[in-house]
Design a protein. Structure first.
Length: 170
């Protein structure tokens, strides 16, 4: 098992020309074995994150049982990987600071009041849709003015200005 104090040890050092393309993780699209392997990888990083950024009280120990928290942590992790392994590309002088700002912006979304005591509380069951909700939605798509009115830019002056730039004589 890799050293939980150094998540960089999860990846072998590769020369810059051999760096893999940034990955996108879609949990539902992974086969079960891949899902388990990726969740183990994420868990190592989350342990490091909780310790390094002193987020013990912000990220509950049962984070992996809450799909919304898993999605947020996945986004943070993949952003961290791209930022700190050089996959982000050039031209981002403050990429690390940007990542830390995003971490702090998302931290409130990682907190779960129900699990703040250290004891997991199950997510409430999703209420079933009321009868007729799907038909009501389809009716809205077909009849509401928000969906049927012709396109109109909220700033006709800006549209004219943009059109003038494209139609300018050479």
């Amino acid at each position: 098992m890799p050293d939980r104090d150094n998540p960089a040890l999860l990846w072998p050092a590769l020369p810059a020309q051999e760096q893999p393309e940034p990955q996108r993780w879609v949990w539902a699209a992974m086969d079960p074995a891949d899902r388990r392997a990726r969740l183990r990888e994420l868990a190592i990083w989350v342990d490091w994150l909780r310790a390094t950024f002193e987020l013990h009280n912000s990220i509950p120990q049962c984070w992996y049982r809450h799909s919304a928290v898993v999605e947020h942590l996945t986004a943070l992790y993949l952003g961290w990987v791209r930022t700190y392994t050089g996959m982000q590309g050039s031209g981002r002088d403050l990429a690390e600071a940007d990542w830390i700002n995003v971490l702090h912006a998302l931290t409130p979304r990682l907190q779960l009041a129900a699990c703040a005591t250290g004891r997991h509380e199950a997510v409430p069951l999703h209420a079933p849709d009321r009868p007729g909700a799907a038909e009501e939605f389809e009716d809205y798509l077909l009849t509401s003015s928000a969906m049927t009115d012709p396109a109109q830019h909220p700033s006709p002056v800006e549209v004219s200005r943009a059109s003038a730039q494209f139609d300018a004589p050479l």
